[in-house]
Design a protein around this ligand. Structure first.
Ligand SMILES: CC(=O)N[C@H]1[C@@H](OP(=O)(O)OP(=O)(O)OC[C@H]2O[C@@H](n3ccc(=O)[nH]c3=O)[C@H](O)[C@@H]2O)O[C@H](CO)[C@@H](O)[C@@H]1O
Length: 387
C-alpha cells in the first residue's frame, strides 16, 4: 500500500477493449490503498467484470460521426458531460484522471483540464484512437501499449510512456508456466477466436485450412473454436466432414484455461488478444480486421510478427491453402513452434498495470491532510513535504 491514499477517476468507453485495461488499473490502484471511480457510458456501467469496489458514473457522450448535421448535438452532449464530470471532481477530488479512449473519456478529460487536475491517456492499439488524438495535446502523459504508435505527433513523444496493455490476472498467472509439451507424436491443440464478437471469416476458412495441413500435423489436431452463433452448425459440419475433433462455442469464459493448453492460436489482432498471447507466450497466425479504424489491427501485429512470435495474413489473402502453408512452416518441427512461442513471450509487458499505476501516482500533489498523515509528524513537516 502506498503511504498516501488518493482518489483517481478512470474514464473509458463501454466496450471490453477500453474497459479491460481500466479495470486492471482500478485493481492495482485499489490494492495500493487508493479510491477509484469510473466514468463510462450505459454499456460500461453494466459490463461483466466491473470490480464491485468501482462506482460507475454514466456521462452523456456525444458521438462525432461523419454527418456534420449531428455535430451540434454531439457538442452539446460533450459540454453537458464535462459539466457533470466537474461536479463529480468537486466532491471526489481526484489527484488525476485517466482516459482509456471511447467517447465518455472526452468530457471527463476536458473537465480535468479545466479544473487543473493532471490527466493521463492510455492507448491500447498501435494507432492513436480518435478521442485520444483529440486529447493528446491537452494531457499530462500518454501511456502506450506499443513502442511505435501511428498518428501520434512527434512533438508529444517527450510525454509518452511505454507501459503495455494490462491483461486479466488469471491470464497473467500463466506467464511462468512452460509451453505445453509439443512432440512429433502428441496432440496439436489449436485455439481460434475472433475477438469479443467472433469473426465469420475464421469459420469459413479455418476448418478447410486445417484439413490441408501436412498429414503429420493434421492427424494430431484438436481444435477449440469460437464462432458466431449463426455459424456454429456450419462449422461443426465442416470439422465433422474433415474428421477433425473440434469443440465449438460462441464465447469461452475460461480463456486462461484455453490459452494454457493451446499450442497455436489463430484469430483477429485486437489489442487484448495480442496482449494475452504475449503475456503467456503463444505462437499465432493473425488476420487483422480489415475494417478496423485506421487499420489499427494491422499495426498491432507489427511487433509480434517482427519478433517471430506470429505470422500475419491480410484478409484478402486469407485462404485455406495460405493458412495451411503458414502453419506447416511454423510447426514443421516441434522446436520451431516452441521458438515462436518464446519470441511471442519476449514481446509481453507483464508489468503493464503496475507501470501504469506508477505513472498515474506520479501526478498530482497529495491533498495536504494525506501528506500530514503520511509524514506522521504534524502540520509543519507535512507542509514541508508538499513544498
Ligand atoms: C471489432 C473491433 O472493433 N475490435 C476492437 C476491439 O477488440 P475486441 O474487444 O473485439 O478484441 P480484443 O482482442 O481487444 O479483446 C478480445 C477479448 O475477448 C476475450 N475473449 C474472446 C473470445 C472468447 O471466446 N472469450 C474471450 O474471453 C479475449 O480473451 C480478449 O480478452 O477493441 C480492441 C482494443 O481497442 C481493438 O484492438 C479491436 O480492434
Amino acid at each position: 500500500m502506498s503511504p498516501v491514499s488518493r482518489h483517481y477517476v478512470l474514464a473509458a468507453g463501454g466496450t471490453g477493449g477500453h474497459l479491460t485495461p481500466a479495470f486492471a488499473l482500478a485493481h492495482e490502484l485499489e490494492r495500493r490503498g487508493h479510491h477509484v471511480a469510473l466514468i463510462t457510458d450505459e454499456r460500461g456501467a453494466e459490463i461483466p467484470g466491473k470490480p464491485d469496489f468501482l462506482p460507475a458514473h454514466v456521462l452523456p457522450a456525444g458521438r462525432f460521426g461523419k454527418n456534420p448535421l449531428r455535430w451540434p448535438s454531439a457538442i452539446a452532449s460533450v459540454l453537458e458531460g464535462r459539466r457533470m464530470a466537474l461536479r463529480l471532481y468537486e466532491s471526489f477530488e481526484p489527484s488525476a484522471v485517466v482516459g482509456f479512449g471511447g467517447y465518455p473519456a472526452l468530457p471527463a478529460l476536458l473537465a480535468a483540464r479545466s479544473a487543473g487536475i493532471p490527466s493521463v491517456i492510455h492507448e491500447q492499439n498501435a494507432v492513436l484512437g480518435r478521442v485520444n488524438r483529440l486529447l493528446a495535446g491537452r494531457v499530462s502523459a500518454i501511456a502506450t501499449a506499443y513502442p511505435d504508435v501511428d498518428r501520434l505527433k512527434p512533438k508529444y513523444l517527450p510525454k509518452v510512456h511505454l507501459v503495455g496493455n494490462p491483461v486479466r490476472p488469471d491470464v497473467l498467472a500463466l506467464r511462468d508456466e512452460p509451453f505445453p509439451a509439443f512432440t512429433e507424436e502428441g496432440l496439436m491443440r489449436v485455439l481460434v477466436t475472433g475477438g469479443s464478437q467472433g469473426a465469420r471469416v475464421l469459420s469459413e476458412i479455418v476448418p478447410d485450412g486445417l484439413s490441408m495441413l501436412a498429414p503429420a500435423l493434421r492427424s494430431r489436431l484438436q481444435v477449440i473454436q469460437q464462432c458466431r452463433a449463426e455459424d456454429l452448425d456450419a462449422v461443426r459440419d465442416r470439422y465433422a466432414n474433415h474428421g477433425i475433433p473440434a469443440e465449438l462455442g460462441t464465447y469461452f469464459e475460461d480463456m486462461h484455461v484455453r490459452l494454457a493448453d493451446a499450442h497455436l492460436f489463430i484469430g483477429r489482432a485486437g489489442a487484448s488478444t495480442i496482449a494475452e498471447l504475449t503475456a503467456v507466450g503463444r505462437p499465432a497466425i493473425l488476420v487483422p480486421l480489415p475494417i478496423a479504424t485506421d487499420d489499427h489491427q494491422a499495426a498491432n501485429v507489427r511487433e509480434i510478427v517482427k519478433a517471430g512470435g506470429a505470422r500475419s495474413i491480410r484478409q484478402h489473402n486469407f485462404t485455406a491453402k495460405e493458412l495451411a502453408k503458414q502453419i506447416n512452416a511454423m510447426a514443421q518441427h516441434p522446436e520451431t513452434l516452441a521458438n515462436a512461442a518464446h519470441a511471442a513471450w519476449n514481446c509481453g509487458r507483464p508489468n503493464a498495470a503496475k507501470d501504469l499505476a506508477d505513472l498515474v501516482e506520479s501526478f498530482g500533489a497529495a491533498p495536504i491532510q494525506d501528506v500530514i498523515r503520511a509524514a506522521g509528524e504534524g502540520v509543519r513537516e507535512g507542509r514541508e513535504a508538499l513544498a
